[in-house]
Design a protein around this ligand. Sequence first.
Ligand code: CP
Length: 304
Amino acid sequence: MIKNKSLVSINDFSKDEMLRILDLAADFEANPDQPLLTGKIIASLFFEPSTRTRLSFETAMNRLGARVIGFSDVNATSTTKGETLKDTIKMVSNYADLIVMRHPLEGAARYASEQSSVPIVNAGDGANQHPSQTLLDMYSIRKTQGTLQNLNIAMVGDLKYGRTVHSLIMAMSYFNPTFYFVAPDELRMPQEYKNFLDDKGIKYEEHHDMADILHIADILYMTRVQKERFSDLLEYERVKNTYVLHNDMLSVSKDNMRILHPLPRVGEISTDVDQNPKAYFFEQARNGMFTRMAIIAAILGAKE
Ligand code: CP
C-alpha cells in the first residue's frame, strides 16, 4: 500500500510497489492530462541546487492539478537565520499535503520524515539516496529493454558519491542483474553496497577501463564526477576527466544497448554521442516527469 507512505530510500518500496509505480508512469505517459489532485497543496523544498528533479516534480504536480509551494534557494528562507530543519519541516507539514525535499546532508530526508505529519519524498540527500531517480531509471530501462530481468548494467564514473547508482543497484537487485562497476580507485563503489550485492548473490565485476565493458552492457549508466562532494579539490581535478564517452567507442556495443545518465553531464559524454540512437539520457529525463506523477498520485491516494 503506497498511500501515505514516505519515499526516503528506494528500500521503502517493495518490488511490487516499485512495479506499480512503473505501470502508473506508463499510464501517465499515455495520458498525461489527469488532474487528479485538484485541491491538494504540495511543497517543493530544495535546499540544494537542481534542474531536472525540481522542475519535473513541479511539472508533475501541476499536471496533476495540485498547487505548489516551496523554494529553490535556501538563502531566501529562514534557514539563513538559523532555523533548524526540524522546525522548517514541522511548519511546512502544517501547510502542505506532501513534501518533496532535496538536502545536501545524508539522512536529512529520513530525519524530516520523522518530524513531518505528511509524507516526505526524498529528492536526493547528499551522497545517500535519490529514489525517484531510481524509479525513473527503472522505467527507462524497462521501456528500452522490454524487461528488467537478467540485464548487464555497467555503471561508470563516480560510484562513491553517486547517490543514483547506490539507489539503482538496490532496486535492480530484485531482477538478477550483472553489474559492471567502472571507476578510478578513488571513486570505487563503497564496500557497503558490494556487501549488499554479495548478501543477495548478485554478480558484479570491478574495472578501471570503460573499453572492458562496452561490448557487454545492455545499459551503460554514465555518471558525473561531483565536484560538490569533494573536500579535497585537488583530488577532484585528478579524477574528473577519467572517463569520457565518444561516439566512435560505441561501434562495439550491442544493438539494444542504451546510454543513461541522471544528468547534468559536464564532459563525461561527448556531445558527438547525442545523435546516436543509443543515447537515451534526454528521454530518460522526460520519463522522470511521468514517474514523478506516478509517485505523487500513488502517495496521495489518487491512484490505487
Ligand atoms: N538527475 C538530477 O538529480 O538532476 P538535477 O540535479 O538537475 O535535479
